[in-house]
Design a binder for this molecule. Sequence first.
Ligand code: NAD
Ligand code: UDP
Length: 328
Amino acid sequence: MPLNLPPSFKCQPGPVLVTGAAGFLGSHLTDALLELGYDVTGVDSFITGSRDNLAHVHDHPRFRMIQHDLTMGLPAAVTRQPFTRIYHLASPASPVGYVRHQVTTLKINSLATIDLLELAEKTRARIFMASTSECYGDPLEHPQRETYWGHVNPVGMRSMYDESKRFMEAAAMAYHRERGVDTRLVRIFNTYGPRLALDDGRVVVAFIKESLTNQPLTVQGDGRQTRSLCYVEDEIRGFLLLMESQGYHLPVNIGNPEETTMLELAQEIRELCNSKSTIIHTPLPPDDPRQRCPDITLAKEKLHWSPTIPRREGLRRTIEFYRQKLKL
Ligand code: NAD
Ligand code: UDP
């Protein structure tokens, strides 16, 4: 995957820790860091990720993988080694995934986050935390700016994810303000691309799988709810730019403001797949946000980042990946 970093981009490759390295974003980030010359240690319990995502770097001389559930504390192999950079991405990320693993989701974004902040403090590592547009809940402000406090149901079917990510943000700010930890916070908006798990219910991969196998596309609700989809290559460039940026510790939205309804998305994916699938409607899950679109003014100003891959192009690449994976 080309990184397309600006010529002015500077990094000092050293030992870096990636939690959730076997997941969708973690594996693409691992590829990028290896390409930039870093020594990468990945930690993952494989609860929602897959060894396949990292099979191609299994024997890479600058990569090692530790299988470990971070909700059980940090493994000695991690606390023994001083990292210069820590990327904390481990967490179930899809609504299906976090409802299936509710307690793990709470713990990984709270207890494990504190453990990693303590490690960063002790070793003076810079730490990057993967937060989410779910911090805005079902937003009443549109598009969402980082200054919006959100509209979240604290006890609903998304609360274990939304509230633990909000805790993660509060923890990052407290460790930064009181203890001087060098934190970075990203609010990731719906990102898609190759290596999303086929079975975790996220909309792009669900529609692609259904289209390629000529099954009905299952649009939840009336399909008028919106999302703004970012291709993984753009998202990872945003991560690297944020991590290497100087001195901004409040959350930054990284996402593509190209907004679409889920019904339009189903029609677009069906067409790109040349599929004969029908479209059916199933019930809308509780608390499903009606609209979501990032305001990326801050990312443009602070990081000189904006997305470059249009949705149709990103979808084409993603469909090609799953066509090969499903041998269709
Ligand atoms: P993913 O499920 O593909 O990857 C998450 C990885 O974390 C998996 O490999 C999983 O096995 C690992 N993991 C989970 N719990 C763990 C534990 N207790 N110990 C060790 N490893 C554990 O999801 P993703 O899309 O790659 O998301 C990565 C991060 O980005 C998550 O923190 C997620 O909340 C955040 N995020 C992603 C999106 C998106 O659109 N992809 C949007 C918002 C936020
Ligand atoms: N969705 C859908 N059909 C599916 C999966 C999801 O219509 O098979 C809808 C879902 O109701 C939501 C949107 O697509 O409005 C995005 O869902 P996803 O699970 O990908 O992520 P979310 O943004 O809700 O976390």
